[in-house]
Design a protein around this ligand. Structure first.
Ligand code: ATP
Ligand code: MG
Length: 204
């Protein structure tokens, strides 16, 4: 057995932005997965909004996650068969029925990320930066308190990456969502309010 995270004590305040850097294999993704309740730590507690998430059943945890957190990944994870708008709406579908209100919100989020004209395009017909913008709009769909982003620019060229980070920071601030940004890029890390480095499972 490999011990990945050790004695992590991490608190994220409302509206705060935090970056996490660290070598490959240092446990950044594992940390985000624990924060997202996707991985259960062998010991310790996870609190979301003053609620003990580590005590929730899997079903309750999933339901809470859908409302409390927005997730953005390096590989976007869009559904290839459905268009950009429908992908954004998937954010809402995981927590409840989708009606005109949700459709309107999805469209306005697409507009916010600069993709109003791409609403009916399939992911395959979008550039990497555009796909990540769709993923960001999807993450924002349920007005999450927190966005967790795991190397969201890892697949993008430098210029596109700059734009996506700019947008991510702006939109989180605008919507009042706290942000945990995992990035290898020191310049991006420097843009967040607090900067952490993960080294061999210890957060500094
Ligand atoms: N599903 C898994 N099962 C067993 N070990 C895992 C699993 N996922 C990750 N690990 C191990 O946990 C450690 C931390 O991995 P993690 O993916 O969190 O690193 P990371 O900091 O995100 O790296 P990278 O920068 O390459 O994405 C590594 O030693 C890895 O081999
Ligand atoms: Mg990783």
């Amino acid at each position: 057995m490999i011990e990945v995270l050790r004695g992590i004590d991490f608190e994220l305040h409302a509206g705060e932005s935090v970056s996490v850097r660290g070598q490959s294999g240092s446990g950044k993704t594992t940390l985000l997965n624990v924060l997202a309740g996707l991985d259960r730590p062998d010991s310790g507690e996870l609190w979301w909004n003053n609620e003990p998430a580590h005590l929730l059943s899997l079903g309750d945890l999933t339901a809470r996650r859908g409302r409390f957190l927005g997730l953005v990944f390096q590989a976007y994870y869009l559904i290839p068969e459905i268009d950009a708008l429908a992908n954004v709406l998937m954010g809402a579908r995981v927590v409840g029925p989708v009606g005109p209100t949700e459709r309107e919100r999805a469209a306005s989020l697409l507009q916010r990320v600069g993709l109003a004209e791409r609403a009916s395009h399939l992911p395959a017909h979008l550039s990497g930066g555009e796909r990540q913008r769709v993923a960001l709009a999807r993450a924002l769909m349920n007005r999450p308190r927190v966005i967790l982003a795991d190397e969201p620019t890892g697949n993008l060229d430098e210029h596109t990456a700059d734009d996506v980070i700019e947008l991510l920071l702006q939109v989180c601030a605008e919507k009042g969502a706290a942000l945990v940004l995992v990035t290898h890029n020191p310049a991006y890390a420097g843009r967040t309010g607090r900067q952490l480095v993960l080294h061999e499972g210890i957060l500094a």
